[in-house]
Write a protein that binds this ligand. Structure first.
Ligand code: UDP
Ligand code: MG
Length: 322
């Protein structure tokens, strides 16, 4: 037995949730390693025997589902969930989280860039009484300079807008059945799990790990998808951009009042030539730009409302394998 005196909860049943989109290249290795981890956790009596791995096929166009079927047939602890089409990473994750009935769930990317070695620490933290355990990256040297810089800037921006999100944590985390039950009540279509989980509450903690390079296959998060997730993260949680528009409008209004006074003064008091092209054309471009930007931000929120009012399902399960 490897359990310490500080443990208060008994060994929970564990569901490991793995969203997979075109992951045929990594899946065999991933399954093998996760099964090994599960076995190790069972042997040290950290988890209950009936713990399982859930592979969610997010509408892959390659042989991902075939690989899932084969591995599920070959080994006991693997279940497959096939979505009817590609719903995106966050929805695939949600499909997994809402489908399991184990006591705790740990979500992890299929490429195993996150260190499965810390799963043990996550479970120990749960047994000490934490309902959410975030995996937090110690440093980001596996990422390109661009991704590193933009991620840092983004987390700062979220913080500044009052959106509480664990710094440098992605979707590698443990949640308890209590958190999962609460998550069912969050009906929003624009889902940003990283922002929602902290709003659920309960006690949480973090474990540190190092992220490694993707071994097989390519990133399924091209720049477009990354930007979309980034915008969702802000507009799903904060109305600050809308308020900024109003502020910007006010500042420009005051500025234009001052400018008018100056123009009048030149006209009436001095005899300098009336400023010509620049002073009339520049403000036009400037105001045009601000207006378009503001309409864009408004549109972003309007589209959120539009999507939410339709109450469309966030994922559709085509079939499941136990
Ligand atoms: N993923 C998914 N649906 C998508 C895109 C990605 O389920 O539409 C999964 C993907 O299979 C992987 C995880 O989300 O398990 C993270 O993707 P990836 O590793 O490509 O992102 P990166 O690590 O490059 O940010
Ligand atoms: Mg990855």
């Amino acid at each position: 037995m490897n359990t310490s005196d500080t443990d208060t909860r008994s060994a929970p049943s564990l569901a490991i949730i793995v969203p997979c989109f075109n992951e045929q290249a990594v899946l065999p290795v991933t399954c093998q390693r996760l099964l090994g981890t599960l076995e190790g956790l069972r042997e040290t009596h950290r988890i209950a025997p009936h713990s399982r791995i859930y592979l969610i096929d997010d509408g892959s166009t390659d042989a991902t589902w075939d690989v899932i079927e084969q591995t599920a047939a070959a080994s006991d602890g693997i279940c497959g969930i096939k979505l009817s089409r590609n719903f995106g990473h966050q929805n695939a994750l949600l499909a997994g989280l809402l489908s399991v009935d184990e006591e705790i769930a740990i979500s992890i990317d299929a490429d195993l860039q996150d260190d499965i070695g810390v799963i043990e620490q996550m479970i120990d933290a749960y047994r000490r009484g934490h309902d959410v355990v975030y995996g937090v990256r110690r440093k980001r040297d596996a990422d390109s300079l661009f991704k590193r810089m933009s991620a840092q800037l983004y987390y700062r921006l979220l913080r500044a807008m009052g959106i509480s999100i664990e710094y440098n944590s992605a979707d590698f985390r443990l949640v308890s059945h209590r958190v999962l039950r609460a998550l069912r009540d969050y009906g929003e279509v624009n889902l940003f799990l990283r922002g929602i989980i902290p709003t659920i509450g309960f006690t949480s903690t973090t474990v540190l790990y190092d992220r490694v390079d993707r071994e097989h296959g390519e990133t399924k998060y091209p720049i477009g998808k990354m930007l979309a997730l980034a915008v969702d993260g802000i507009t799903s949680f904060s109305a600050l951009p809308l308020r900024m528009i109003a502020l910007l409008g006010l500042i420009i209004f005051i500025g234009s009042l001052a400018l008018s006074a100056w123009v009048l003064w030149i006209r009436l008091v001095s005899d300098i030539a009336i400023p010509g092209w620049a002073s009339s054309v520049l403000p036009m471009y400037f105001l045009g730009g601000i207006q378009l930007l503001s309409i864009g931000v408004l549109g972003e929120y309007a589209s959120k409302i539009y999507m939410e009012t339709k109450r469309r399902p966030r994922f559709i399960i085509e079939k499941t394998l136990d």
